[in-house]
Ligand binder design. Structure first.
Ligand SMILES: Cc1cc2nc3c(=O)[nH]c(=O)nc-3n(C[C@H](O)[C@H](O)[C@H](O)COP(=O)(O)OP(=O)(O)OC[C@H]3O[C@@H](n4cnc5c(N)ncnc54)[C@H](O)[C@@H]3O)c2cc1C
Length: 500
């Protein structure tokens, strides 16, 4: 077989992952003579959760040329400045994992070393007070960093969105169709293979045959092509992460709209609150080893303050990923490729990263093994970095007040993460690889928030005039909190700039 350009890509599945893939492909390929078809089953609903995102989603919208405010109005979106964690280090304690900067380097040394020294000398200031996004969030304020001058503390703010996942899928569908995507509403029931094991064509329930050069499997937990047809192994990480279930419910959101996600630790897992314009998303992620679905339901309903707007929905999942997310002429995105609990809102990011890397390594019809291997290498590192970051929240937590938290202390911890913890413990330093989604400041935020105190700090900061540093730190804190107080409340900003 001779090398040829790919002429037809078939995306199977019309959930968040499917429409992210279709929209990205359409934007890049629509004027390059490549046909794109998305087929989705009218009988299998999309999962329709996944409402808290990371700042990379903003770049995705910009790349597609989508107007932020118009998208926000169409998806009932609100701004997210980070996640605030409650009761994780111990019950009654809270900390921030903000987007954007936390402090700035001083005398060429990492800010956190100065913070650690200040702590050792009894300075009570908390890390979030040096993070512009967290200062805004804590005050319930929002202002676009795009409007900030470089010297303003707002230039250190970064943000993402909370949105209605069902409305996002609909929005991206309209966007993709306008760029010429073909949309087929039918269930795929079978697939035939070439002699070399590549997928030749799909058989639809109505008997039609759909043949492409390349297939993107976004069929959610069905993993129809990557799992069912190509039998690609699933690497299970349940030895590292206990949570395997979730129950969700939407509730009324007539009160305040905080510009951040709440992640509240509980006896058998944790609960989220995600504020949208028209409702509050609530979910309880738990371990089925310690809690039954009906206990989880009762717990969630007990904690949801406003009236529920719909019935409860249950999910089961297995933390892990496909051994190969790209196998032969098939790529898996979304649930079909893998899943990590939504504690750090990383699933949509992984779909974005998957399609971005695919386009970077865009193949011809031969789908060289070398290209697939490179894609799989990158995505494996992405998944493992995120996995380790999530495990960190459990393995360094100070909680041991329930069998769930006690068992967390006995779970396996990947070696790379153990080394990272040891390095932080020794001198408050962070080692991360180039593909790590989370910057050093994110790792610092979790270590510090969980109350881990390093044995020492970077000795090289001793060359700085520490009295002066302390004065600057205190001045910066004061200035930031004063500026935040003068900015609009989040809801006020939304009403003015993105009316729904
Ligand atoms: C409880 C929970 C909370 C979450 N919260 C977040 C969050 O806050 N942030 C975040 O980033 N992510 C979150 N996620 C993850 C997020 O929901 C998923 O990344 C996202 O929904 C992707 O889903 P999907 O498109 O892979 O699958 P689905 O939404 O399940 O879509 C599957 C599609 O495949 C189609 N399909 C299936 N079988 C066939 C077939 N045989 N023929 C044709 N079509 C077929 C279906 O019709 C459907 O269109 C959360 C997940 C869970 C479970």
């Amino acid at each position: 077989m001779k090398n040829k350009f790919i002429q037809h890509i078939v995306v199977v599945g019309g959930g968040t992952a499917g429409w992210i893939a279709a929209a990205s492909l359409a934007k890049i390929l629509h004027n390059r003579g490549v046909r794109i078809t998305l087929v989705e089953s009218p009988e299998i609903n999309i999962i329709g959760v996944g409402e808290s995102t990371l700042p990379q989603v903003m770049q995705f919208l910009r790349n597609l040329g989508i107007d932020e405010k118009e998208f926000m109005a169409a998806t009932q979106a609100t701004y997210k400045l980070g996640t605030k964690f409650f009761d994780w280090s111990e019950v009654g304690e809270a900390f921030w994992h903000p987007f954007g900067n936390i402090g700035v380097d001083i005398d060429g040394h990492n800010f956190f070393a100065f913070l650690q020294k200040a702590r050792k000398q009894g300075d009570p200031a908390q890390m979030w007070q040096y993070a512009p996004s967290a200062v805004l969030g804590e005050a319930g304020r929002y202002y676009s960093p795009g409007a900030a001058t470089p010297e303003s503390f707002l230039s250190g703010v970064n943000y993402a969105l909370h949105f209605d996942a069902v409305k996002v899928a609909k929005y991206l569908k309209r966007f993709s169709e306008a760029l010429g995507i073909q949309h087929v509403m039918e269930t795929v029931v079978d697939a035939s293979l070439h002699d070399n094991g590549f997928i030749d064509s799909l058989t639809l329930k109505d008997g039609r045959r759909l043949a492409g050069d390349f297939y993107i499997d976004c069929t959610g937990t069905n993993a129809l092509l990557i799992g069912g047809v190509l039998n690609t192994q699933y690497i299970n990480w349940n030895n590292y992460l206990l949570c395997d279930s979730a129950v969700i419910v939407q509730s009324d959101n007539s009160c305040d709209i905080p510009p951040y996600t709440k992640a509240i630790a509980h006896e058998n897992g944790w609960r989220w609150e995600i504020p949208l314009r028209h409702r509050l998303g609530n979910g309880y992620v738990y371990s089925s080893e310690f809690c039954t679905p009906s206990q989880a339901e009762n717990k969630l309903l007990e904690l949801v303050q406003n009236p529920a707007l719909d019935s409860l929905r249950h999910f089961q999942f297995q933390a892990g990923r496909r051994e190969k997310l790209w196998n032969k002429n098939c790529l898996a995105l979304g649930f079909a490729g893998g899943f990590l609990e939504p504690l750090e809102s990383t699933a949509i990011y992984l779909s974005l990263k998957g399609i971005e890397s695919f386009l970077e390594l865009y193949p011809d019809n031969q789908c060289s093994l070398a290209i697939a291997n490179e894609f799989n290498r990158r995505m494996a590192i992405e998944y493992e970095n995120i996995r380790d970051f999530i495990i960190l929240h459990y393995c360094i937590s100070g909680r041991s007040d329930s069998p769930f938290w006690q068992k967390n202390k006995t779970m396996d911890v990947p070696r790379a993460l153990l080394e990272k913890i040891a390095l932080y413990q020794a001198q408050g330093r962070i080692y991360r690889n180039d593909l790590d989604l989370f910057k050093s400041s994110s790792w610092h935020a979790i270590f510090d928030g969980m109350g881990i105190v390093p044995d020492f700090y970077n000795p090289l900061i001793e060359g700085s005039n520490f009295k002066e540093v302390l004065n600057i730190l205190s001045e910066v804190r004061g200035l930031m909190s004063k500026m935040a107080a003068g900015l609009p409340a989040h809801k006020e900003y939304l009403d003015k700039h993105c009316p729904v």
